[in-house]
Ligand binder design. Structure first.
Ligand SMILES: Cc1ncc(COP(=O)(O)O)c(C=O)c1O
Length: 447
């Protein structure tokens, strides 16, 4: 059944009016000069599809209460930062306890040894470093990879996002690597340091690696930031084989695919990266990124340190590895990222997936659903895209924004970027069916 564009425009206007009317307190905040650019602490908070930003009063588990008292079921979960819920109790307790013992000292705290063991046991890497964000972890790991291999370039896949990391912020446009046109203040040509190839394209990957210029391939095991694109059967094995053949390191960024299972995609499917990165939810919402690496990488870093003078390395920030982070990380790894919590999250996501597939079939929509553990997404295409170019062709920003706003007015918060949903551990058993019913009622108005 086709979407009727005229109906869609009318729907959006009705939903915008309903949002405005039901949120006088948030609206009043939005119109105030509050000292922030655009009234928000991060400029992109203005990019959500609502007429003005939703002000959050409080959040707990998988619920979020806005300033006007609406309780929302949160399927965005801070775009993964709150994947295990908004206030996982073990983390909240550990943070409270650590606050009375000191937050940061630029020295290792007593939790370090236990956190190291937990990271090794969960994700397999023998050595680890802590950062404040996943962006930082990627940036520092890439610096280490270039230092060790003595190669300048990195390789990324089209459609990737690895955070605020200059050299990864590129697209593949008409076969060329180009800086994303949306970047602010880009000062140098990213194509000089980055090669971008299509996801799932072994030939293009091999051709790029053959140059023997690539220090590191950085990738998510499945694209999750350009819609969700799964790796074709055998693709990840080929990436590993070819990087080894051509002397490039392999960085697997699991910041989002940590949703796959307790050991991320790497643990679930037995990947063998040289560097493993995660952030966002890894310390239950306390700002933390981690990068783990192999014995060989460790020896490489040791060698590099003997070759250059001591001093600023370009790796590390003052608050990274703080006592606060280590306490939160320990609690999250030990008591939150449990088999039980993952089982609940994945069950919630499967219920959502089943409900969405049934709705798509009932309404005869040319859409499909992809799920990776606790994360899933509706794609506006009859079969799942295999690379970013195909995925971009399926995008329908007008439809997406209207649906997101309609869902919000019906009590569901979803990620503002594409149609991604995350099922947190405390998502109620009723929530998936209620979500599908809300989507059904929206579609009834625009089909
Ligand atoms: C795969 C991936 N890596 C890294 C990042 C960066 O995370 P942060 O913004 O917390 O630094 C993101 C953010 O969306 C991401 O999706």
């Amino acid at each position: 059944m086709p979407i009727v564009r005229e109906k869609l425009g009318e729907f959006k206007a009705r939903e915008s009016a309903a949002y405005r009317q039901s949120r006088p307190l948030s609206a009043a905040r939005a119109n105030q000069e509050n000292g922030f650019f655009g009234g928000v602490p991060q400029h992109w908070m203005l990019d959500w599809p609502m007429p003005f930003p939703l002000v959050v009063q409080q959040a707990s588990g998988t619920n979020l209460t806005d300033l006007d008292g609406h309780i929302l079921t949160d399927l965005c979960l801070g775009d993964t930062g709150a994947m295990f819920g908004h206030n996982p109790e073990p983390v909240a307790k550990a943070v409270q306890a650590q606050a009375s013992r000191g937050l940061t000292s630029m020295l290792p705290s007593v939790d370090v040894e236990e956190v190291g063991s937990l990271l090794q046991a969960k994700f397999g890497m023998p050595y680890w470093q802590i950062t404040l964000t996943a962006s930082d972890a990627n940036r520092f790991a890439l610096r280490a990879a270039r230092a060790i291999t003595k190669r300048a370039k990195i390789l990324v896949f089209d459609g990737c996002y690895h955070g605020a990391v200059d050299e990864t912020a590129v697209n593949l446009t008409a076969g060329r690597t180009v800086a994303k046109p949306s970047l602010w203040g880009q000062a140098y040509d990213l194509a000089a340091v980055t090669t971008c190839v299509p996801f799932n394209d072994v030939e293009a990957l091999e051709a790029a690696l053959k140059s023997d210029e690539i220090a590191c391939v950085i990738m998510e095991p499945a694209l999750t930031n350009c819609g969700m694109v799964a790796p074709a059967s055998g693709f990840l094995d080929e990436v590993r084989r070819l990087t080894r053949v051509h002397g490039s390191l392999l960085l697997i960024d699991e910041t989002h695919t940590l949703s796959t299972g307790p050991g991320g995609w790497t643990g679930t499917y037995g990947l063998e990266p040289d560097i493993w990165v995660a952030g966002k939810a890894i310390a239950g919402g306390i700002p933390t990124g981690v990068w783990g690496f192999t014995e060989d990488m460790k020896r490489g870093i040791e060698r590099v340190r003997t070759e250059i003078p001591a001093g600023h390395s370009g790796v590390g920030t003052t608050l990274s590895g703080s006592a606060l982070q280590m306490a939160a990380l320990r609690a999250c790894l030990q008591d939150v990222m449990t088999e039980t919590n993952y089982a609940a999250m994945i069950a919630g996501a499967i219920a959502l997936e089943d409900g969405l597939n049934a709705l798509i079939a009932k309404l005869d929509l040319p859409w499909s659903v992809i799920r990776l553990g606790a994360r899933l997404e509706t794609v506006f295409a009859p079969s799942l895209p295999t690379n970013a170019e195909q995925m971009r062709a399926s995008f329908d920003y007008e439809l997406e924004a209207a649906i997101h706003l309609g869902l919000l007015n019906r009590g569901f918060l979803v990620t503002p970027f594409h149609n991604m949903l995350l099922a947190g551990p405390s998502l109620s058993r009723e929530a998936p069916a209620a979500y599908v019913a809300a989507l059904n009622s929206i579609l009834n108005e625009i089909l």
